[in-house]
Design a protein around this ligand. Sequence first.
Ligand SMILES: CC(C)(COP(=O)(O)OP(=O)(O)OC[C@H]1O[C@@H](n2cnc3c(N)ncnc32)[C@H](O)[C@@H]1OP(=O)(O)O)[C@@H](O)C(=O)NCCC(=O)NCCS
Length: 156
Amino acid sequence: MSGYVIEPLAGHDRTAFVSGSERLDRYFHQQVTQDIRRRIASCFVAVADNNSVAGFYTLAATSLAFDRLSAERAKKLPRYPVVPAILLGRLAVAQVHQGKRLGGALVADALLRAAHTEIVGHMLVVDAIDETAARFYTHLGFEPLTDDPYRLIRPI
Ligand SMILES: CC(C)(COP(=O)(O)OP(=O)(O)OC[C@H]1O[C@@H](n2cnc3c(N)ncnc32)[C@H](O)[C@@H]1OP(=O)(O)O)[C@@H](O)C(=O)NCCC(=O)NCCS
């Protein structure tokens, strides 16, 4: 996406990042580097022209119980108890950059990275923080699990 570079979080300044979600902002300011150090998640940031962080997302390995999949999805898979997946745990775009398709570009970048790692996952799993976020993911082609409307999946 023009105007932004998406790269692994390293020495970027995180203090000025404001997305409007207090929980996600606090996570990005205070917790994310610890999660990276402990191998709980990796984090990628979109850097704007002026070098500020315009958005971020995290990725981690996860799995989904086979019986939580819809019949339609399940019939395409072997009947192992769990299905390997990649978790897009957190995603946020800074308020001043929202509405410019950066959120969609970050999800596309996450799908690409998930498709190109050697440790495979069958789908990308996202946890929406609220109804608005769930609608955003549905708009991008994710489908909610039947037993949890805030956990959505999209095949990789
Ligand atoms: C949700 C969020 C990531 C969206 O980022 P964004 O950069 O503003 O969204 P984009 O401009 O990339 O939108 C991409 C597409 O989704 C649509 N969209 C955006 N928000 C939407 C919503 N709440 N419901 C439905 N569609 C939505 C856009 O219209 C756009 O559609 P189009 O490409 O067909 O025109 C951002 O608003 C944000 O960080 N919010 C606060 C934190 C949050 O809610 N995070 C969600 C993860 S839990």
